[in-house]
Design a protein around this ligand. Sequence first.
Ligand code: IVH
Length: 710
Amino acid sequence: MSAPRRKPVEALSEEEAAEELAALAAEIAHHRDLYYRKDAPAISDAEYDALEARNAAIEARFPALVRADSPSLRVGAAPSEAFAKLRHGEPMLSLDNVFDAGEFAEFCARIRRFLRLDADEPLRFVGEPKIDGLSINLVYEDGVFVRGATRGDGIEGEDVTANLRTIADLPQRLKGRFPARIEVRGEVYMEKADFLAFREAQAKAAAEREARRQRGEKLGEAVVIPANPRNAAAGSVRQLDPRVTAARPLKLIAYAMGAASEAPAQTHWEYLARLAEWGFRTNPLSRLVASEAEAEAFQAEMAERRASLAYDIDGVVYKLDRLDWQARLGFVGRAPRWAVAWKFPAERATTRLLAIEIQVGRTGALTPRAVMEPVNVGGVVVRHATLHNEDEIARKDIRIGDTVIIQRAGDVIPQIVGVVKEKRPKGAEPYVFPTACPVCGSHAVRPEGEVVRRCTGGLTCPAQTVERLKHFASRRAMDIEGLGEENIEQLFREGLVKSPADIFRLHRHAETMRHWEGWGERKIAKLLEAIEARRRVPLDRFIFALGIRRIGEANARLLARHYHTVEAWRERMIAARIAGSEAREELGSIQGIGPAIAEELVEFFAEPRNRAALDDLLREVTPEPVAVEAAGDSPFAGRTVVFTGTLATMTRDEAEAMAERLGAKVTKSVSRKTDFVIVGADAGSKATRAAELGVRTLSEAEWRAMAGIG
Ligand code: IVH
């Protein structure tokens, strides 16, 4: 894998540097895996160090090219395995973005609609500068800091308690009056000046290390040169040795609340005051804004002050001030309805369009993607941009070789906003969109009135097959851990997995996989274990995992709730093929399933290969019925339930409201009349009492399953 690299770093062009950094990232990751996980290094320590040094030297010369997956930003093999997992008392959410006053007004209108407020009812928000750092969750018990974690996937993060304790801004003990148990959320960050000084010191250390290497001396730990303050903060918090974290100039600002044993305030503004009383640093620039107009003025003011602040901000977070309204609004997906990040305008840059790649998706859609000369757009190196569809390319008249203006806004995939026509090379031809699938060669057709062209190869198209497999195993579908995109591609390439059912027969091929590079005993055992764990899944996940066009998570849930069992669903879908049949009428009558969706389902089941693949899969997997959310049918209808402890996936209020919707009577204390006690984390006497009285207790997962929450 390691080719000799003789070209001196000084002689590299930017393009060559980007290419080599990509290769080095893959190569170093590979050797770390061999070394740390498999205890089977393939190269000497000196050779390995040379790779890291080369990577560091190129990064030092081209700081803008530092990759998100750069080995210099990671320690060891898989940093996420270096820390214990910690489950947050309440999920840590992200925020939706808006970019202008119009979008902010829409956000406000949605709040008013949801709360049934008059259009002229003023909404009061707290505006907080959005600092670009690392968000963390801090748990205080009886006022004492006991645990702290990174956000992770929002449900569980990494336990970085020891490292967080070294941050001077973090109160080890709360002052004044506080709830017995509370989660405080905030941002760990590095100020701009501290970052620059730190970066310089790291660069110096890297140079010294390089000199030692050339003298053939012992090297010690690799030196990381962070690309931006965010990476510097994140890397510092995720150190294995807290003494390293302690030496870093980290700051902490508190701004949000997680689970709490009692409400410490009625408004967010008041909550910020509590945080300050308890001893946290809060942002002095945060402001109460009484209307949309005031928010707009604050936004303009912050945009102006942005450059002169001691830290980087990328926008302003607006949070509805009233906490009772926040609770009623709740969440959609991963973001609250009551808060939004109003980002500063997108950053732009120009670069050259080298090629247009066509990707083939799970449902055969051909999606064009721009491949460009790497360019730095607001601190991130961009090489690809989405081109949406063929009409978009024609409308903007984008040609290969053109100088294009690209724009990156927040976490959004970069887009091409236009072409610099004056710089168009002579002879550049308008782009002709392919009419055949670039992977299987089948016709690619575009039905009247649609913008997407699709490969007609169906299950015979390898690209579609692989994409379906990726979808099947993905987190929101079957959620098979360790079966990520790369592994699926390899398993498919090697011919071991051609259909979803093959995944569950993979155990027969353990011996074959053992011979593959990078597939150690442990990796195989873990993968097979993860597969076995998913032989029983809720029916809605199963239906979603099949990847039928237009059947997203919500529609899958509707189908699962309506048909209860996979057998019933399968049988009724096949019967629904006949127009006007009772089964077809039934499908059409399901609230939320429109004619287009029904059509897709019928088409899927009309294809014999799809039915064969499904039946094959059902020999391996047992989908489990989901409970129905209809008061009459629910196992909770007419029952008395009590919630105790902290639920991880929903608030107590939300859970109680849901139980009531299912026809339950919710009470606060456990008695002989209680039918179910739902036990969350850290439950106390109520759980004990339930056991004494022989009342049935449910875990959070059991409650969710019985309540039919996906
Ligand atoms: S509140 C439900 N407040 O932005 C509210 N987040 O996209 C969730 N952030 O992961 C977060 N400053 O890292 C909040 N004043 C602020 C923030 C802030 C920065 C970051 C945070 C979070 C991300 C959400």
